[in-house]
Design a protein around this ligand. Structure first.
Ligand code: ZN
Length: 300
């Protein structure tokens, strides 16, 4: 109780609401396999307590969507883990058989599911596709009946179970089958490759590494810009230590290069970075300092 399930950011003409689903805890040394606690300690002044508990070694990872309202469209960025999904693997225990108030939280942002025009999944991992579908009469059907769902074609082909016949099961096979495939079968999927413009100044760009087809969404122009950066960073410590890829990165070295490239593009620019999993504060601007990159928080 007392924790905010939604929060707001304004960027020029765009209104952005963060819609939280759950806030699981993960050992930081598992999340960041290259973690060096002596180096991390230099950041404890801002890491503790919001992003790290030194007594337990645990970090909260917010699972949230970003709802972007433009003058023309309602766009949902990432779809969390979803309700009622069967997740039998231990590493997906946080996402099994959830019954959260996610849709009510979305409703408190003044939006009903039928008003969503686009759903963009930055990639197709379990915690980014769940609310694509809901269970209705024993079948997975699109949660957002009027939306076009944008998926990276590269990620789609990478996890398409049809391409994986006979291969070892991948942890992502379940989410693909219950949260991605039904969207394609309903005719609501749009596979995107390269750069894709949803509307003027609302642009999907490839930024691979966390997954082979990971994308980011770039909005605005001039002094009012933002980027929904998905899982290029899981934890704000990665701004300060961009070489440290997460344990969830499919291609850690490519993820490292992409992270550094994005941080360089945003540094000292009027761009608010809104990652998929930062606990509170949930986003900020990137600064160039003599010690490397740093964060300037945007309160929300
Ligand atoms: Zn994620």
């Amino acid at each position: 109780m007392g924790r905010k399930n939604t929060s707001q950011i304004s960027i020029g003409q765009y209104n952005i609401t963060r819609v939280e689903e759950i806030l699981p805890l993960i050992p930081l040394e598992i999340l960041l396999p290259r973690l060096d606690l002596e180096i991390a300690k230099k950041q404890f002044s801002w890491m503790v307590p919001n992003y790290f508990d030194p007594n337990t070694g645990l970090s909260p990872l917010s699972i949230h969507s970003w709802l972007l309202k433009t003058p023309h469209h309602n766009i949902l960025i990432d779809a969390c883990a979803g309700n009622h999904k069967t997740r039998t693997r231990e590493e997906q225990a946080d996402f099994a058989n959830l019954e959260t108030n996610y849709l009510e939280n979305l409703g408190s942002a003044g939006i009903t599911p039928s008003e969503i025009d686009f759903v963009l999944c930055t990639h197709l991992h379990v915690d980014h596709v769940g609310w694509n579908t809901k269970l209705e009469n024993g079948k997975w059907v699109p949660t957002f009946p009027n939306a076009k769902y944008l998926f990276s074609e590269i990620d789609y082909n990478y996890w398409n179970t049809a391409n994986r016949a006979g291969a070892d099961p991948h942890p992502n096979d379940g989410p693909f089958d219950d949260s991605v495939l039904p969207i394609i079968e309903a005719g609501q999927g749009l596979l995107v490759k390269d750069i894709h413009e949803i509307e003027e100044n609302i642009i999907v760009k490839p930024n691979p590494g966390h997954s082979p087809g990971h994308v980011t969404l770039h909005i605005g122009d001039g002094d009012n810009q933002g980027v929904f950066s998905g899982d290029i960073m899981h934890h704000p410590l990665q701004v300060y230590q961009p070489d440290w890829s997460s344990c969830f990165c499919e291609l850690p070295e490519m993820a490292r290069q992409t992270r550094i490239k994005l941080l360089e593009q945003c540094a000292d620019e009027p761009i608010i970075v809104m990652p998929a999993h930062f606990a509170s504060p949930h986003g900020g601007r990137i600064l160039n300092t003599s010690d490397g990159f740093a964060l300037e928080w945007v309160e929300n």
